[in-house]
Every structure is written in structure tokens, then in C-alpha cells.
Design a protein around this ligand. Structure first.
Ligand SMILES: Nc1ncnc2c1ncn2[C@@H]1O[C@H](COP(=O)(O)OP(=O)(O)OP(=O)(O)O)[C@@H](O)[C@H]1O
Ligand SMILES: [Mg+2]
Length: 255
């Protein structure tokens, strides 16, 4: 299933937040959304997931969701949102229970997503026993358990230190390469965007408009740390963002 954010405009009160945003998220691709703080990235993700409605414009679901899809649009949050009293397995089984899936069927799904996120040996661990990177892997495993049509990821790595972030980027590349998933991935980290995005959408400062949509052809599995090809694209993205980010940074806040 593809998702299209179609001609989205949004106001909060009199403040214009987003202006004429059209973005396609094709099945099996990762679309990264970058832009200065406050430009409306998280707002756009809430619209994509149907948590809120834009002032005008639509979110279109084109085609059928994947087989076994329990929740078409599934979020992965920055703060992991795990239940502290439930084990790794228990956190994942909870979302399946919500869909009436228990017993051997649930076990098979959980075993699969734990293997895909390299968490098989940690299924009985409690969240407090896990590092930040592992917690986010559990949150990703939990999101994958419902086989979503599109993963909606709002800065999923930004609570992690830079080394852990690198490891998680490698994990996401491996995960996608084995079984491509579809994602709208918000980040303000351009290195992350060029490492993970098949397409990078650059938004201007508020009201967020599309500055440019950059396609990155290089296969994810061939992209690496300190990759010269990616650095060129990253520099181009920064050239687009720099003035916007500076202006956003220096904007006075309404009180
Ligand atoms: N519920 C709301 N009511 C009023 N204004 C809001 C609301 N949610 C967000 N805003 C405003 O809308 C603008 C866009 O917010 P949003 O959180 O989408 O930006 P963002 O690009 O995700 O920023 P950041 O990079 O800091 O996460 C901001 O100016 C924010 O203050
Ligand atoms: Mg945000």
C-alpha cells in the first residue's frame, strides 16, 4: 500500500503551520522528512497516522495493506513507550492481544520479530535491564509485529548517543534489506536521512513548505559510515536547510 499526503495545509489558530504539502510514500520505501525545528514535521506525521486532521488536504491510502496487517499505520516513538513491568516478549504480545491474537499464533509472530531485531536471547528481560538502543529495538519489533503498511517514525534515534545511533542505523538497514518495510521517518539529523532514506523531503521553516525532494538511488545495503557519495548529498541537504534553520533558530517565540 502506498500513502499519499495530498495538498495538506494547516493552521493552529491564526498561525500557519504547513503549506501545500504533497508527499508520496511508496510501498517498500523509506521516506525521510527533514526540516528545521518547529516546521511541522511531527504535525505532518500525526496527520499521516490519522491522530489529527489538517485544516485542508487529505491522507490517501492507495492499494491494499500487506497480508497479516493488523494496524495499517503504526508509530515508533522517540521515548520507546515500553511498559516497564512487562518483559520484552510481554511488551510485544500486548499489541497482539489488543487484536485478539494469542497462543501459538502470537508466539510465532513474536519469535519472528525478535529474530529480525536480534532480540531472541532477551525475550524475558525487563525494559529497565536494557540499554536505550535495545529498548528502541524492542519498540521497533513491537511495531513490526502488527505488520503495518507504513511505519511512522518520529525521530526514533534522537534519544540515543551517537554510537548507539550508528548501530541502530545499521540494524534498520539490515532489517529493511531482509524484508523491505515502508516508513515515513522524521529526523533533523541529515546523516540519518541520507543513510536510511530512499527519498528525502526537505521542509522550509514554519510554515513548512516543500523546499526540495531528493531521491537517493544508492541501495541501502551499500551505504556506509562516512560514505563519500552520501556526504555529497548531505552537503546539498544542508545547503538547503542552513538558512531556514538559522532563521528558525533566531525566531522570537510568541508569548
Ligand atoms: N497542538 C498544537 N497547538 C498549537 N500549536 C501547535 C500544536 N502542535 C504543534 N504546534 C506548533 O506547530 C508548529 C510545528 O510543530 P511540530 O511539533 O510539528 O514541529 P517539528 O517540526 O516536529 O519540530 P521539532 O523539530 O522541534 O520536533 C510549532 O510551532 C508548534 O509550536
Ligand atoms: Mg517534532
Amino acid at each position: 500500500m502506498d500513502i499519499r499526503l495530498d495538498a495538506i495545509n494547516h493552521f493552529y489558530g491564526k498561525t500557519e503551520i504547513l503549506k501545500d504539502i504533497t508527499i508520496d510514500i511508496p510501498s517498500g520505501k523509506i521516506v525521510c522528512l527533514v526540516g528545521p525545528s518547529g516546521c511541522g514535521k511531527s504535525t505532518l506525521l500525526r496527520f499521516a497516522g490519522g491522530l489529527e486532521k489538517p485544516t485542508s488536504g487529505r491522507v490517501l491510502q492507495l492499494g491494499e495493506p500487506p497480508e497479516g496487517c493488523l494496524n495499517t499505520l503504526t508509530y515508533v516513538f522517540q521515548d520507546f513507550a515500553l511498559l516497564p513491568w512487562r518483559s520484552v516478549r510481554g511488551n510485544i504480545s500486548l499489541v497482539l492481544e489488543d487484536h485478539g491474537i494469542r497462543g501459538t499464533k502470537a508466539d510465532a509472530i513474536i519469535t519472528d520479530v525478535l529474530a529480525r531485531t536480534r532480540l531472541t536471547d532477551f525475550d524475558k528481560a525487563l525494559p529497565k535491564q536494557l540499554s536505550g538502543g535495545m529498548k528502541q529495538r524492542v519498540a521497533i519489533a513491537r511495531a513490526l509485529a502488527v505488520n503495518p503498511a507504513v511505519l511512522l517514525m518520529d525521530e526514533p534515534l534522537s534519544a540515543l548517543d551517537s554510537q548507539t545511533r550508528e548501530l541502530l542505523m545499521d540494524d534498520l538497514v539490515t532489517l529493511w534489506t531482509r524484508t523491505p518495510f515502508t516508513a515515513l521517518y522524521v529526523t533533523h539529523n541529515l546523516a540519518e536521512a541520507v543513510r536510511l532514506g530512499h527519498r528525502v523531503v526537505v521542509l522550509s521553516r514554519r510554515p513548512g513548505r516543500i523546499r526540495e525532494i531528493v531521491e537517493i538511488d544508492k541501495p541501502l545495503a551499500e551505504r556506509g559510515y562516512a560514505d563519500a557519495d552520501l556526504e555529497i548529498i548531505q552537503k546539498h541537504l544542508w545547503d538547503l536547510m542552513r538558512d531556514e534553520a538559522r532563521a528558525a533558530e533566531e525566531e522570537l517565540i510568541d508569548v
